[in-house]
Design a binder for this molecule. Structure first.
Ligand SMILES: [Zn+2]
Ligand SMILES: [Zn+2]
Length: 180
């Protein structure tokens, strides 16, 4: 979907209720080599308001992603839904050499990250960024995932393996106790 030019946001606000285009999402995931797949539609619902020189979004993101557990390597679904609130400042475009403003419309500055984007508010991009931010660096299928045995490669979540003295050979056993 097209970005929303800030000056088209009406006084009473704009209702946002959108589902990201799955095709676009697939492309982005491939292009950016993101390590997950959508396990359902990514949606954004809420209100976009303009107050003076600011755009304010309040609403909710709903997304479930499928990704591999960093410990046992099994795939699982992770819910990354939650409330969202964001603010952007409308900044005038820089002046061109002739002293006139360049004709690419107002820009938006994300008040949290300081990032500036030209050409209006791209909510699809915003949703994707929020999903990426909410995926942990080392995702776990469950808090107490036992991982795979480094000796025989069995997934220890489905039961202990047959390796003799397997616990002694686990180089991470003592590290795990430290609860870093
Ligand atoms: Zn796991
Ligand atoms: Zn084993």
């Amino acid at each position: 979907m097209k970005p929303i030019p800030p000056d088209t946001v009406p006084r009473g606000g704009l209702k946002i209720d959108r589902i990201l285009d799955p095709e676009w999402l697939r492309e982005q995931i491939k292009e950016r080599s993101l390590g997950f797949a959508p396990a359902g539609p990514f949606t954004l619902q809420g209100d976009l308001r303009r107050i003076n020189q600011e755009l304010i979004f309040r609403g909710r993101l709903t997304a479930v992603v499928r990704l591999a557990c960093s410990r046992c390597l099994e795939e699982f679904n992770l819910e990354v839904s939650g409330p969202l609130e964001a603010q952007w400042r409308i900044v005038s475009p820089p002046e061109g050499r002739s002293g006139r403003q360049e004709d690419d419309g107002p820009r938006l500055e994300d008040l949290e990250t300081g990032e500036i984007q030209p050409g209006g508010l791209d909510l699809d991009e915003y949703v994707l960024e929020q999903v990426i931010l909410n995926i942990p660096m080392r995702p776990l299928c469950r808090e107490d995932c036992r991982g795979i045995c480094p000796v025989c490669g069995v997934n220890r979540n489905s039961g202990p393996c047959q390796c003799p003295g397997e616990l002694k050979q686990n180089p991470f056993k003592d590290l795990e106790k430290l609860k870093l």
